[in-house]
Design a protein around this ligand. Structure first.
Ligand code: ATP
Ligand code: MG
Length: 394
């Protein structure tokens, strides 16, 4: 067995029978658990499209995937690393739940290690030996083995014993944690081409929300927006949940109406426009919340007063996963998620709005009046009529 430091594509998975997959947060969800596990199972299956495997079992406390060949192992492991709701996963050898069988099988996956630390756990307590007794037996029979047992060894053998099988693994790869996408419901994500909203979308998905993206663009036609970096950013987020729905909505109905109001209020009014738009799309999609990449105090439009006056009148719950993050923290997340480089690329922003010096202390009453003066509901309706919906299956 080659060492695990090799890239998965180069690793040899001979000796392993399957990949065991353990749930994250969902294992503490009590009555909801069957729904959560069903959702997680479906999401993993979705993610494994194109990967060859014999079967994919669902057990009480774990899933077991049987990839067909070496390539199947490598590709499965890489994809499992991008599924929300997993606690850990690992290639495993399956043995019978007897001390003899476990000890005999251990050599198949230990390779050339000289010392090994055994970590054993019984999830079925009806067996005639305890985990401590199993470790004792390994020590008793050390002379028959190619390796010795050492509780300080860095090289580990994990043994998880169920009623009739023991799963033996050499490593535990950390999953992304969180909840399966879709298990908390569906939400509209207000998605710009910036750094923040892709990160906010990632965290919303991590908390189990399936997103419908809404992007308001400054192009003269929707296809141009769909061919822009927005598409590239969505493809990156699609690595974490591979079916994507997006609405491209032209900004010009709003921009032309906003010519009638003082420039410095335009940005807050644009936010109000986007929340209204999000709610109208939510009526079509049956979603229950709105996600934004806002972070308190980050830019002029994100003062507490401006956030309050832009969201006023919005009935839906607004989820702002980044509200308390510093920009540097958000940038670090963007880098690790993979969206940063594309986010900082050039983009045709809704620019007349971003270039002005915006008011920082607007009141709800003022923004209400401005909305009335431009007939905001009609403006939203016009923009929506010009919108284009697109579905991607990655
Ligand atoms: P981001 O980096 O996400 O663009 P930002 O720091 O530029 O955010 P704002 O421009 O005030 O801040 O945008 C705050 C939030 O409003 C964004 O995170 C996004 O949720 C939403 N938003 C901004 N512009 C658009 C747009 N053109 N289309 C859809 N949503 C948008
Ligand atoms: Mg922005």
């Amino acid at each position: 067995m080659p060492e695990c430091a090799l890239a998965d594509g180069l690793m040899d998975f001979k000796g392993f029978d399957c990949i065991v997959i353990h749930f994250g947060e969902i294992s503490i969800k009590g009555n909801n658990k069957p729904d959560f596990t069903k959702r997680l199972y479906a999401n993993i299956k979705h993610m494994l499209e194109g990967v060859e495997y014999e079967k994919f079992e669902t057990l009480r406390d774990r899933f077991v995937l049987y990839p067909k060949n070496n390539n199947g192992y490598a590709r499965s492991l890489e994809r499992l690393g991008r599924v929300f709701g997993l606690s850990w996963y690992a290639p495993a050898l399956i043995s019978e739940s007897s001390m003899d069988s476990i000890i005999e099988n251990s050599e198949k996956i230990i390779g050339n290690e000289e010392t090994v630390k055994i970590i054993a756990h019984r999830s079925y307590k009806g067996l005639d030996f305890t985990s401590t007794e199993l470790i004792g037996e390994f020590i008793n029979r050390e002379k028959e083995l190619r390796f010795s047992i050492d509780k300080n060894s860095n090289s580990k053998l994990y043994i998880s014993i169920t009623k009739d099988r023991a799963y033996m693994t050499r490593e535990r790869r950390a999953g992304l944690g969180g909840l399966p996408v879709g298990s908390s419901g569906r939400a509209i994500s207000l998605f710009s081409g910036g750094i923040d909203s892709p990160v906010a979308s990632y965290f919303a998905m991590k908390k189990g929300l399936e997103l419908v993206y809404v992007h308001v663009h400054a192009f003269s036609d929707n296809e141009e927006a769909a061919g822009s970096k927005i598409n590239g950013l969505l493809q990156i987020l699609g690595r974490y949940y591979n079916s994507i729905r997006v609405y491209y909505v032209p900004a010009y109905p709003f921009q032309s109406a906003a010519m009638r109001i003082p420039h410095r209020f335009e940005l807050v009014l644009f936010k109000r426009f986007m929340f209204r738009l999000a709610e109208r799309i939510s009526d079509i999609e049956g979603t229950d919340a709105i996600v934004t990449g806002e972070s308190l105090g980050q830019v002029a439009s994100q003062t507490l007063k401006n956030m309050a006056s832009s969201q006023s009148g919005t009935k839906q719950f607004i989820f702002r996963p980044l509200i308390g993050f510093d920009k540097n923290e958000i940038i670090e997340y963007a880098k690790s998620i993979g969206t940063y480089d594309m986010s900082i690329g050039r983009y045709k922003d809704v620019c007349s709005i971003s270039s002005i010096r915006p008011a920082t202390g607007t009141s709800i009453g003022l923004i209400d009046r401005l909305c009335g003066s431009i007939s905001m509901d009609e403006v939203v309706g016009r923009a929506l009529n010009l919108a284009m919906r697109k579905d991607y299956k990655l």
